[in-house]
Unconditional design. Structure first.
Length: 174
């Protein structure tokens, strides 16, 4: 029996694999943040590529570019709402191989959301430590990379890969 066909008929198996992937990604995010806390401080910066990329530790109580400082409850509500929407999508996206990239992006976005949610719940801030000094980009972390890169890939998928004839009935109101 073809494994991809068998996965189409076993959404539980697909969701279990996705959940395990998400847990591994969350663990990786939390591990890298812990490494940053141990190795960096406000006075310690590690230049990987001088003038381009460095590690510098900050405690971010807002969102990117310093907006919405100390809006912890807002971030918690938005994150939980996003996770509910992602969960709905994962339960309703067709099981065919064609939709695997979409499912993977949603798992990555969920992992990033949960990774930063853990920080907000237990620390009241997010641990950021990756800094692109070349363009003075806000300091970010691995969870942010999951969210940003996956969102970008999803946009590309919807623009260039998925077509109108694809089965998107799960996105339409019933």
């Amino acid at each position: 029996m073809n494994h991809s066909k068998s996965n189409q008929h076993h959404p539980g198996r697909r969701l279990t694999a996705g959940l395990l992937l998400t847990i591994v990604l969350i663990a990786l995010d939390q591990w890298t943040k812990q490494l940053a806390v141990r190795a960096l401080s406000p006075d310690i910066h590690i230049q990987l590529i001088p003038g381009v990329l460095e590690f510098t530790y900050i405690q971010n109580r807002g969102a990117a570019f310093g907006i919405l400082q100390n809006a912890r409850l807002f971030f918690l509500v938005i994150t939980l709402a996003a996770l509910l929407v992602i969960g709905y999508g994962l339960l309703h996206i067709p099981g065919s191989r064609r939709f695997l990239p979409m499912r993977l992006c949603l798992y990555l976005i969920a992992a990033g959301a949960v990774g930063n949610l853990i920080d907000r719940l237990f620390l009241s801030y997010v641990r950021d430590f990756i800094y692109f000094s070349l363009i003075d980009f806000p300091v970010f972390n691995v969870a942010d990379m999951y969210i940003t890169c996956s969102t970008f890939v999803l946009m590309l998928l919807f623009l260039f890969y998925y077509k109108e004839e694809d089965d998107f009935g799960f996105l339409k109101p019933q």
